[in-house]
Design a protein around this ligand. Structure first.
Ligand SMILES: Cc1cc2nc3c(=O)[nH]c(=O)nc-3n(C[C@H](O)[C@H](O)[C@H](O)COP(=O)(O)O)c2cc1C
Length: 317
């Protein structure tokens, strides 16, 4: 799949995830088959106000892992100013930023209150100004940006989803950016609620740029069904990659989407911790991932016990 000028080795992309998708974990997923990765959502306002902790979240230290920065913006002026900060920065690793994504899906009340994220989905005129500004910026930036795009939900709420506010945005995306990601839920829906993949299919009918589906895609079977039912060009994977960075191996049909041994989990954790130390990763990420690897071990042990009917440690002895 090609997004803008970025050639991706597979259609399976690691999602932007707050407190999860740090540089070290992105490498762990990349080595296991993710073809593109994202930083967590970065508040453009933090960049325009020169907030150091916002800049620190842009941890694009690894030039081999194709990585984009996801921004949350309230208007085009703020977007251009924030992009200018990235461009003008003396931080050498910002030269590894290969894509920019705008988040119009974050359901946080704090974001919606300031009229950003999914609160903008029905404001077609304002979104067009933002999309256009992003597309124009890409043409002249000095950063090696291969693709710019947007991630949307189906609306702020059920009413907006029923009004299909997402459909006109496909036309806007066609005009101004390189790809569109659709998280097939509205912003009031939790992750346990079933996504409406049929909306991805409707959008695909109108898309002239690659359309990436998102929501409950974990297994090869999920991908085949998404592809068949919607025609989506790719899939963005979030919780599946928290549960198991091997999810990408499974999606590619190259083996199990879950770990196949304790040694595999131990090696992935060692890789993560060593890189996280190298990158001076913030403790919030380390804690999250340590727990994550422990949960993987517990699940693997449970599965092994279920398979043999014998507790894993007794089985081994
Ligand atoms: C822990 C966590 C953090 C997230 N942070 C972000 C974020 O920073 N930006 C974003 O666009 N979506 C974020 N999301 C949403 C995911 O990118 C994705 O849209 C959603 O989880 C649905 O995909 P899934 O069914 O594969 O989990 C986050 C999701 C999770 C679970």
């Amino acid at each position: 799949m090609k997004l803008g000028s970025l050639e991706l080795s597979s259609p399976f992309i690691l999602a932007p995830m707050e407190s999860v998708s740090d540089c070290a974990y992105r490498r762990v997923c990349w080595d296991r088959g993710a073809s593109l990765t994202w930083t967590e959502m970065i508040r453009a306002r933090g960049l325009t106000r020169n907030n150091k902790s916002t800049f620190d979240l842009i941890d694009t230290f690894d030039p081999e892992v194709l990585t984009g920065v996801q921004l949350m913006v309230t208007n085009e002026k703020e977007l251009i100013e924030a992009l200018g900060k990235l461009e003008g920065s003396t931080q050498a690793h910002f030269k590894n930023i290969r894509a920019i994504d705008l988040n119009f899906g974050c359901p946080s009340p704090e974001i919606i209150r300031i009229g950003a994220g999914p609160a903008l989905l029905k404001r077609k005129g304002k979104l067009e100004t933002i999309f256009r500004a992003l597309g124009e910026w890409k043409k002249s930036t000095t950063l090696p940006i291969g693709a710019v795009g947007v991630k949307i939900r189906l609306g702020l709420n059920r009413v907006e989803q029923e009004q299909k506010v997402y459909l006109p945005l496909v036309e806007l995306a066609n005009e101004h950016v390189d790809y569109l990601v659709i998280h097939a839920r509205h912003a009031r829906q939790g992750s346990s609620e079933k996504p409406t993949w049929s909306a991805i299919a409707e959008a695909k009918q109108r898309a002239r740029i690659p359309l990436i589906g998102n929501g409950d895609i974990v297994t090869r079977e999920d991908w085949e069904r998404l592809s068949r039912e919607t025609g989506a060009d790719g899939a963005l994977i979030a919780r599946g990659a928290i549960r198991s960075p091997w999810v990408f191996r499974g999606l590619k049909g190259l083996g199990s989407g879950t770990p196949t041994s304790m040694e595999e989990i131990d090696a992935a954790e060692t890789q993560y911790l060593s890189l996280a130390t190298q990158y001076a990763t913030k403790p919030k990420f380390l804690e999250w991932h340590r727990e994550g690897f422990n949960r993987m071990r517990a699940r693997f042990k449970g599965e092994a016990e279920k398979d043999s009917g014998v507790p894993a440690n007794e089985h081994m002895s």
